[in-house]
Design a protein around this ligand. Structure first.
Ligand SMILES: [Zn+2]
Length: 592
């Protein structure tokens, strides 16, 4: 690239409106003689980024970034100095001398080849009777939409484009680098996109950097074919919809992200601006950084099928670390945005985007939908969500989400937080969620079996069973799980009941079902439950006393205070017991 004369650089620098330029990327508010906003170059929550119209410069007091309009554009758009000057010059109508064809870089020559291809594709779509136009008409795409997205058509011919590029003096090597043609084994080149409707993919400056092609013939595979990566087309950072979406994204303070060309077209037809589509790849961390420079809020609108749901979670993985608030609209029943528009109309699609819930909420619902009945399922759900929660920036927000997950899954927030920490350490988050199965003695196991037995035989005793104590005594034990389930279900459809149990609990239930019922009927069962409750109570009290005795044994100096505490503990345990005292008529002979 040749040098640009200094006086041209000075004219560009003087005439550019730095507030207007930076305002395209950063939401600026007047602050005295300056303008203030959140720095696009580092992550911050309170603005320390200042733009001075007087000095035609910007400065960040957080990360020390600073400079002129030209350096701002270089940094934010990843441009070289001459590229930035040329872009500003073009916008201001200032002639920036070209350096002559011999010195131009590969990317400019590739871009030139793309521009020729784009003109040719546009022309081919206007040709009467072409299959591309017929296809677009079938899909209900009108002339205004075709114009707006500059949709074209690559004729079903091996050399339509290759020949035209040759005739216009584009070397075959350049056309190949652009990905427009591929080399034949027998020599010569052939068109890559054939018999396809074409979508030009542009960069922020509006230059065509690549193409997406949709098959128009029935059975033509693949349905979508993009030109390959090139010196100017990097799929991991390119969006279809640039640069038109930039201004609405800034104005609306949000971007809508979709996965397909026709999805984006559907949004535009529904009057939803500020949308971008990835070009045949999943949303990448480079995409996320591109978005982050322009907005802090992204609405994902992916297909309503399983793949779309997974795509939401993948998108969260790249967007959350950029401190972007992610929402996701859920399309019903496997519809894509284009189908949805056709079936429900523009108003419904706008409503869907505007009311999109937090994407994490959708991930939570999806994890919970797999089941959270048993402790193992809870651990599984938390294990799935923890890696996403670990990416939520900010301790306060992260812990709020941990509580939300705990509530949805039916576990404790501290378990979710432990799982998040494990994920951050690179450990298995699922392993951090305790599935507490207390080892119980054979005698205690017999007691728990008796509990389940009594409830299986006598559903009427449900409210008299010491379930809370059993849960505290042996949480996660399969017999306790059976007992809790039996007490909760009015119905006695064992098959249905079993289907909601963990495998261990299920086999316990079936074993009980084939066993003999309890002898002595309802009265005996009620007595057994009372005895069990007393047993749990005594056990609790012994635990408390044992703890205190241990402290005395270790030589705790305030022995008298401990004795008082022991006394108090004993009284409290007794009070607890009396609160849970069973009705008199059910007190059996086991009661002392
Ligand atoms: Zn900064």
């Amino acid at each position: 690239m040749g040098r640009i004369p200094d006086d041209v650089i000075r004219i560009v620098r003087d005439r550019v409106d730095i507030v207007g330029l930076i305002g395209r990327f950063v939401s600026l508010k007047p602050s005295g003689r300056n303008h203030k906003g959140l720095c696009p170059f580092h992550s911050e929550k309170t603005p320390s980024f200042l733009v001075s119209p007087d000095r035609q410069s910007f400065k960040c007091f957080g990360c020390d970034a600073g400079g002129t309009a030209i350096t701002f554009l270089m940094r934010i758009e990843n441009l070289s100095f001459p590229e930035a000057v040329r872009q500003l010059g073009a916008e201001l109508g200032i002639e920036v001398p070209d350096d002559g064809p011999g010195e131009r870089g590969v990317s400019e020559r590739v871009t030139e080849a793309n521009a020729i291809a784009q003109a040719l594709y546009r022309e081919a779509l206007r040709a009467p009777g072409n299959p591309g136009a017929a296809y677009l008409e079938r899909r209900g795409i009108d002339a205004a939409t075709i114009e707006r997205f500059a949709i074209g058509f690559a004729p079903d011919s091996w050399e339509h484009l290759a020949r035209a590029l040759r005739e216009r003096g584009i070397p075959a090597g350049v056309a190949e680098q652009a990905g427009l043609v591929a080399e034949r084994r027998s020599g010569g080149h052939y068109d890559r996109l054939r018999g396809r409707v074409t979508f030009p993919i542009r960069d922020v400056r509006g230059r065509v950097i690549g193409f997406g092609g949709r098959a128009v013939a029935l059975g033509q595979e693949p349905k979508y074919l993009n030109t390959p990566e090139s010196p100017v087309f990097r799929k991991r950072e390119s969006f279809f919809g640039m640069p038109d979406a930039l201004e609405p994204i800034r104005r609306l303070e949000r971007a809508v992200v979709v996965e397909g060309y026709f999805d984006l077209v559907a949004l535009a037809r529904a009057g939803i601006d500020g949308a971008l589509a990835t070009c045949g790849t999943a949303l990448s961390s480079e995409h996320a950084r591109q978005l982050r420079r322009r907005t802090r809020r992204v609405v994902l609108l992916f297909d309503g099928d399983e793949a779309g749901q997974r795509a939401i979670e993948r998108a969260l993985e790249v967007l959350l670390p950029e401190e972007i608030r992610v929402h996701a609209a859920v399309l019903p029943g496997g519809l894509d945005p284009d189908d949805f528009l056709a079936q429900r109309g523009a108003e419904a699609l706008r409503e869907l985007v505007d009311s999109a819930p937090a994407a994490l909420e959708i991930a939570i619902q999806r994890a919970v939908a797999r089941g959270t009945g048993s402790p193992a399922e809870k651990a599984d759900a938390v294990g799935r969500l923890a890696p996403l929660l670990a990416l939520v920036p900010g301790a306060v927000e992260c812990s709020a989400w941990a509580e939300r997950v705990a509530l949805a899954v039916g576990t404790q927030a501290r378990h979710v937080e432990a799982a998040i920490r494990a994920g951050r350490r690179g450990e298995d988050p699922q392993a951090a969620v305790p599935i507490p199965v207390r080892r119980v003695s054979a005698a205690d196991e017999r007691k728990l079996r008796l509990l389940a037995r009594a409830l299986l035989d006598h559903p009427d005793l449900s409210d008299r069973a010491p379930l809370a104590q059993a849960l505290a005594f042996a949480p996660g034990h399969p017999l306790v799980e059976v007992a809790v389930r039996l007490a909760a279900e009015g119905e006695r459809d064992l098959e249905a009941l079993a289907s909601e149990l963990s495998p261990e609990a299920r086999s316990q239930l079936f074993a009980l079902a084939v066993d003999e019922p309890l002898e002595g009927g309802l009265e005996a069962a009620a007595q057994a439950l009372s005895a069990l409750e007393r047993y749990f109570h005594d056990r609790d009290e012994r635990e408390v006393q044992r703890g205190l005795t241990e402290r005395m044994r270790r030589g705790d100096p305030d022995a008298i205070a401990i004795l008082h505490e022991k006394q108090r503990a004993s009284e409290q345990a007794s009070a607890r017991w009396h609160e849970h005292e069973p009705p008199t008529e059910l007190r059996g002979s086991s009661r002392r």
